[in-house]
Design a protein around this ligand. Structure first.
Ligand code: F6P
Length: 322
């Protein structure tokens, strides 16, 4: 009997539970035994395995968070940590390991594969910072959550003729910020991929105010060198309007996965087990043009950040900004 393990590492994201559930259900179709590793690579080093069955995962697919829990492990960044993890997989007679996670988790997965672990990697992070795939699990839900939070705040801002500056997550990557900004029709958007100063944001806001906008909205990414509060103070000083700022925060990472994230989770989970059943490993799954695909795990970092400059430009055109 084939025996596999699944772990989620790094930050949790919406769709991890749906993916675990699919893996377990699909594995049972093929008579494959599934062990869950609690708390990602940290649990792997601590030999924290639990058997997963159709029953144990029956009611998790619609939930955010992570049923197996996640951890950010400093110890696993050391070669001794990776070796310990690999040894525990051997000790538990695990034939294949499925890793669901983001950038850091993929580095861990590649290091395990170099020691002989047979790995399948599934992209799971709200940040969408694995550039070989159009989307990662959690990204779509995180964008939707941020949009609905900004929509709510905007109503009270408009009632008071105030400007609003929202800071969104994404680590070093501006994909969440850009998509949120476009979806709310923000009057200025600051991301690391397009170098901007606070004075550029102030200038955008000034131009919009001159066209009669009373309650401008600015979206910035957490990777910017300035904070939402810095922008608020600069706009109040330079433009003479009252503003409020908010860090949208962890609301982005919680709540039920969107349909897009559930579909990605289900398609990836099914493909992962099909690949294992065919004996294919050391691959990363992704989605391109709405089709799930796989590629060699050690080639995922060969693709650069394709920041959507067209969408960025369209958003500026919408407000007639240079
Ligand atoms: O990687 C996901 C993410 O939510 C980032 O967007 C954010 O910078 C980070 O995790 C927050 O990490 P933590 O949960 O450790 O505070």
């Amino acid at each position: 009997m084939i025996k596999i393990a699944v772990l989620c590492s790094g930050g949790d994201c919406q769709g991890m539970n749906a993916c675990i559930q699919t893996i377990v259900n699909m594995a049972s179709v093929h008579g494959i035994m599934v062990m869950g590793v609690r708390r990602g690579y940290q649990g792997l080093m601590e030999n924290d395995f639990v058997e997963l069955t159709r029953e144990s995962v029956a009611n998790i697919g619609h939930l955010g968070g992570c049923f197996l829990k996640v951890a950010r492990s400093e110890e696993f960044k050391k070669p001794e940590g990776v070796k310990l993890g690999h040894d525990n997989l051997v000790k538990n007679r695990i034939d294949y390991l499925i890793v669901i996670g983001g950038n850091g988790s993929y580095r861990g997965a590649i290091e395990l594969s170099e020691l002989g672990t047979k790995v399948i990697a599934i992209p799971g992070t709200i940040d969408n910072d694995l550039f070989y795939t159009d989307r990662t699990l959690g990204f779509d839900t995180a964008v939707n959550n941020a949009v609905s939070t900004i929509d709510n705040i905007r109503q009270t801002m408009e009632a008071n003729d105030r400007g609003f500056i929202a800071e969104v997550m994404g680590r070093e990557c501006g994909h969440i910020a850009l998509n949120v900004a476009a979806a709310v029709g923000a009057h200025s958007c600051a991301v690391k991929e397009v170098p901007v100063e606070i004075s550029d944001v102030v200038s955008d806001v000034k131009q919009c105010l001159s066209k009669g906008i009373k309650s401008p909205v600015v979206v910035i990414s957490e990777a910017c060198e300035f904070t939402a509060n810095d922008v608020k103070e600069a706009i109040e000083k330079e433009c003479g309007i009252e503003c409020r700022s908010s860090v949208v925060g962890y609301v982005q990472r919680g709540g039920a996965p969107s349909v897009m994230d559930r579909l990605l989770a289900i398609q990836s989970g099914v493909m992962a087990i099909e690949l294992i059943y065919k004996g294919i490993y050391n691959v990363a799954l992704g989605i391109r043009n709405n089709n799930v695909f796989y590629m060699k795990l050690d080639e995922v970092y060969e693709l650069d950040n394709e920041f959507n400059k067209v969408l960025y430009r369209q958003l500026r055109n919408l407000h007639n900004l240079k």
